[in-house]
Design a protein around this ligand. Structure first.
Ligand code: SF4
Length: 195
């Protein structure tokens, strides 16, 4: 069962061009200083809403919503994400995923089920641990970005404009890296993006 820390029942901004609900999955292995979702970081915290309740609520929203977005926390931290997404996709919703790419092996299973992915790229991959506090996090993020790029799934790479990223040409080198992929990096203010 997916461990869910919260739900936004209706949003117009979390899945491009679609009316969506957002499911906030519990758990994240990283500890970014600017994280706005401290209550979601523990994978095993007591949660206010069960997966069964989520499914019942979505059943009532069929025909009223286009999409369901799985966000976090880091949704790919829970292996049960794959079956949860399968259930929701079977209800006829488009599937969105917000990820920072901490678990490429789960992401790889999820991508064939996803219709749109918003992936956070925090800093140039070699400097990730400065932001996340976790050695090696840049390697997993790099692998996940590569999976997203190769997947053929509609996606957007985006970043949070934190003070470290703004120094010493980091934002420019991040933009150049994404531009070299043939894509545009979406830059978001710290208050607007939670990963
Ligand atoms: S900002 Fe995102 S990746 Fe970083 S700790 Fe918070 S939920 Fe995890």
């Amino acid at each position: 069962m997916l461990n869910v820390g919260g739900l936004t029942p209706f949003t117009t901004i979390d899945y491009p061009g679609s009316l969506a609900a957002v499911i906030f999955c519990q758990g994240c292995p990283w500890r970014c200083g600017y994280c706005h979702n401290g209550h979601l970081l523990s994978e095993h915290a007591d949660t206010p809403i069960s997966w069964e309740e989520i499914v019942r609520l979505l059943e009532h929203r069929q025909g009223h919503l286009d999409a369901v977005v799985f966000s976090g926390g880091e949704p790919t931290m829970q292996a049960s994400l794959v079956s949860a997404i399968s259930t929701v996709k079977g209800m006829g919703f488009l599937i969105g995923l917000h990820t920072a790419g901490a678990f490429p092996e789960v992401l790889e299973q999820v991508l064939p089920l996803a219709d749109w992915v918003g992936m956070d790229i925090k800093v140039p991959f070699g400097e990730y641990d400065v932001i996340t506090g976790i050695p090696g996090s840049g390697d997993t993020a790099r692998m996940s970005a590569e999976l997203v790029r190769q997947s053929g799934v509609l996606h957007q790479f985006r970043t949070t404009l934190d003070p470290f990223l703004q120094k010493e040409g980091r934002i420019e080198s991040l933009q150049q890296m994404v531009a070299a992929w043939g894509e545009v990096l979406e830059i978001q203010r710290m208050t607007a993006w939670k990963h």
